[in-house]
Design a protein around this ligand. Structure first.
Ligand SMILES: NC(=O)c1ccc[n+]([C@@H]2O[C@H](COP(=O)([O-])OP(=O)(O)OC[C@H]3O[C@@H](n4cnc5c(N)ncnc54)[C@H](O)[C@@H]3O)[C@@H](O)[C@H]2O)c1
Length: 266
């Protein structure tokens, strides 16, 4: 395993699923990780597991939250080398049933929150980094739905597609700060977000409102069959792909969208 010893990382939405597996992977490689999540209890549990980790519970769509989390990470660690923009959830509807509230909520968490976190980070980079600084890493999480679309996911897919533009633009702006900016677009990964909602109804409380996350058994079967590997990914498979974009071996890769989908290309 490549070493991330002495690196400081922020992982958003790291209380469970892909974010939690990523925090563990980065920590196993030696990084100290700030664990953000909407849900304070799970963020604290993961932070308690990992040496040098700290929890920072916050809803990243709250006004000022992105600025505050970047300020807190820099104050706590004295710098920030890796930012993984991972927080998110799904809120399904066919377009004719999709409310403005649903559309805004999906765009807010999937792209505006990433934008605000990176805008705050960029302000710090301007006075703390240049071309001879150590290589720093940003990984923005997208989805196959952002690349290929997904029925009943018009707002989610639009937000995840926008992540690609955000990523490619910042790769160009931040090369001079020696920062690589990449996106990892996942296919179906086994987490709460994809739990079978007929048998395991999972509720995410967002702004005090219950949001049912998960996929139908039919969608899950279709998803598994679509992969040449005939399975969904695990949270650890997903974390491994993010980790690849955080280690020195990827220092010459920037502005890319890495597809981690078990071979699903549509
Ligand atoms: N699971 C998949 O199949 C899949 C596929 C493609 C992309 N993704 C993306 O991967 C990311 C992680 O999803 P996951 O599958 O691990 O889901 P998950 O539900 O297991 O974990 C997501 C975490 O994000 C947190 N979160 C949600 N909104 C937040 C907010 N406003 N502020 C702070 N934290 C917030 C949740 O509390 C949760 O702990 C998401 O961006 C998701 O869209 C997942």
């Amino acid at each position: 395993m490549s070493s991330l010893k002495g690196k400081y990382a922020l992982v958003t939405g790291a209380g469970r699923g892909i974010g939690a597996a990523t925090a563990r992977k980065l920590s196993d490689a030696g990084a100290h990780v700030m664990i953000n999540d909407l849900d304070a209890d799970v963020a604290q549990q993961i932070a308690n597991e990992l040496p040098g980790a700290v929890a920072y519970p916050a809803d990243l769509t709250d006004p000022g939250a992105a600025d505050q989390i970047i300020a807190a990470a820099i104050e706590h660690f004295g710098g920030l080398d890796i930012v993984v923009n991972n927080a998110g959830y799904i809120w399904h509807s066919a377009i004719h049933n999709m409310s403005d509230e649903q559309w805004d909520a999906m765009i807010d968490i999937h792209v505006s929150a990433q934008f605000r976190v990176l805008r705050a980070y960029g302000k710090w980079l301007r006075s703390n980094a240049n071309h001879s600084s150590p290589v720093r890493k940003v990984v923005n999480i997208s989805s196959t739905m952002g690349l290929h679309g997904g029925a009943t996911q018009v707002a989610y897919s639009a937000g995840k597609a926008a992540v690609v533009g955000l990523t490619r633009t910042l790769a160009k702006e931040w090369g001079r700060f020696n920062v690589t900016v990449n996106s990892v677009a996942f296919g179906a990964i086994e987490t709460r977000l994809t739990s079978p909602y007929e048998t395991e109804p999972n509720i995410s409380m967002v702004k005090g409102q219950p949001r049912k996350v998960g996929l139908s058994n039919e969608q899950l079967e279709h998803t598994k069959r679509a992969s040449p590997l005939n399975r969904m990914g695990t949270a650890e498979d997903a974390a491994n792909a993010i980790y690849l974009m955080c280690i020195p071996e990827s220092d010459w890769i920037t502005g890319e969208v890495i597809l981690a989908s078990g071979g699903v290309r549509s």
